[in-house]
Design a protein around this ligand. Structure first.
Ligand SMILES: [Mn+2]
Length: 322
């Protein structure tokens, strides 16, 4: 059993709506209200310093807002993940906005440069835009694209500033390894709100997608088995859980809620099933925004999922899958 290390990333530079930096505290309050007073102190934690002071300044670069600050975060987060893995920990990353996931993937690849890293992306969104295609310029829609070293120039419609290009290229090259992951080693679960530019890449590279209907119809166990089977050539697996993978009716406290999502039970079983594989070396949880919520609903819903995931990680059930 590897000891868990909490990695706290309170950055929300990549989101279009303010408040995701408060997600960690919303979870802590949910733990206290659930009677789990010492839950987060059972394992050591690392606080990654944020650059949220930049939010008090006007965002400059339109098609990748606050990308310079995000680059600073990427350096810090990737180094923290690298150290966490190298010191024998299982990092559980609690993030603000989902842009940080590109840095977590980078840190994982930097820790294991000769290994193949699989990614399970549980999210309503594909997060597969680049500054050349993004309609919003919010970098939380780009972490997978930069991990794949993808620009998607085929679908280009934005003229980007030379300085945006410079930082975008820096993000793709972080850690000196690029790409970090391959399309074959990426699996989407609960994907249901994509744009044409993203659909183009998913189709072109034949990326494996498990829609919510497949989770419901075939059951979580089957989807877990198929996901691990699809990633059987990967040495390590990183799981990214965006709370908007869950249904908007349950999960309104997030920047971009989407209807027809996973139930909280499906999400819990999904994470537990995947985490039972010892290939999984890192888990990230992102986009809880209590400012958009009523009575901390999303954090109260997510806390038992996180608790159950942690029990699986530290438990005896983890097995090596062939
Ligand atoms: Mn996301």
């Amino acid at each position: 059993m590897k000891p868990i290390q909490w990695i706290r990333v309170r950055s929300e530079l990549g989101a279009g709506t303010r408040g995701a930096s408060l997600g960690i505290d919303a979870l802590k309050i949910a733990a206290i209200n659930a009677g789990d007073l010492d839950f987060f102190s059972r394992f050591e934690g690392i606080e990654v310093a944020d650059e949220n002071h930049l939010l008090h300044m006007q965002a400059d670069l339109n098609y990748a807002k606050r990308i310079a600050g995000i680059h600073t975060m990427y350096e810090r987060i990737s180094q923290t993940i690298l150290r966490s893995l190298h010191t024998g920990h299982f990092p559980v990353v609690m993030s603000g906005d989902h842009s940080s996931a590109g840095a977590t993937i980078a840190g994982t690849k930097m820790a294991y440069p000769d290994k193949r890293i699989g990614v399970v992306w549980i999210d309503a969104h594909a997060d597969l835009h680049s500054p050349y295609t993004s309609p919003s310029g919010n970098v939380h829609g780009m972490p997978l694209t930069l991990s794949l070293n993808e620009d998607n120039l085929d679908c280009r419609h934005n003229e980007i500033h030379p300085s945006t290009r410079e930082y975008w290229n820096k993000l793709k090259a972080i850690g000196g390894i690029s790409p970090k992951i391959y399309y074959n080693d990426l699996v989407y679960i609960a994907l249901r709100d994509t744009e044409a530019e993203e659909d183009y890449l998913i189709k072109k590279h034949n990326v494996r997608v498990f829609p919510v209907e497949e989770v419901t119809d075939n059951g979580v166990t089957k989807v877990v088995a198929d996901t691990l089977d699809h990633l059987s050539n990967c040495d390590f697996i990183y799981i990214s859980f965006d709370v908007d993978s869950m249904d908007a009716g349950l999960a309104r406290g997030t920047g971009t809620p989407v209807a027809n999502g996973l139930s909280n039970n499906q999400a819990r079983h999904l994470l537990n099933g995947l985490l039972a594989s010892q290939k999984v070396c890192c888990l990230e949880l992102a986009e809880i925004n209590p400012l958009l919520d009523l009575e901390n609903q999303i954090a109260r819903l997510t806390f038992p999922i996180l608790k159950s995931a942690v029990e699986t990680i530290v438990g005896e059930e983890r097995e090596v899958r062939e």
